[in-house]
Design a protein around this ligand. Structure first.
Ligand SMILES: [Cu+2]
Length: 138
């Protein structure tokens, strides 16, 4: 029995971690006045055969990071916080203006174009997905 558990530990974990493959490209954030919430955009491609479920991100540069969607509420576009963002196997999801986006809230530093924002998403399996967003002029 111990041998079996050891084998699962040895071979099971690398296999499991190979599942949550997320390619993150073109991650950026428009500059904002000091102290204001910033937005985050990027392209997320799930190259694995399992859904990746992203929860809120964390960054040393911000107090709170939320994932938002935009919905049409009787002709008025409103933002709505998502508890999670599901990226299905082989699906690409774009976070872009007017659609899914990150809200980078409670900034702890002032960021200018060319600066980098470091953040980490944790997925539903407990895997970390580190990203760097580049600040661009508005
Ligand atoms: Cu928002």
């Amino acid at each position: 029995m111990r041998t079996l558990i050891a084998l699962i530990v040895l071979f099971g974990l690398p296999f499991a971690s190979a599942h949550a493959q997320l390619e993150i490209t073109d991650a950026w954030s428009p500059e904002a006045p000091p102290g204001r919430t910033m937005a985050g955009f990027m392209t997320l491609e799930n190259t694995s055969d399992e859904a990746v479920v992203l929860m809120d991100g964390q960054s040393p540069q911000f107090g709170r990071i939320e994932i938002h969607d935009m919905i049409n509420d009787d002709g008025v576009m409103r933002m709505r916080r998502l508890d999670q963002l599901v990226i299905e196997p082989n699906e690409t999801v774009s976070l872009k203006p007017g659609s899914f986006h990150l809200m980078l809230m409670e900034p702890k530093v002032t960021l200018a174009p060319g600066d980098a924002i470091d953040l980490v998403f944790v997925d539903g399996q407990g895997n970390d997905h580190p990203i760097t967003l580049m600040v661009r002029p508005r």
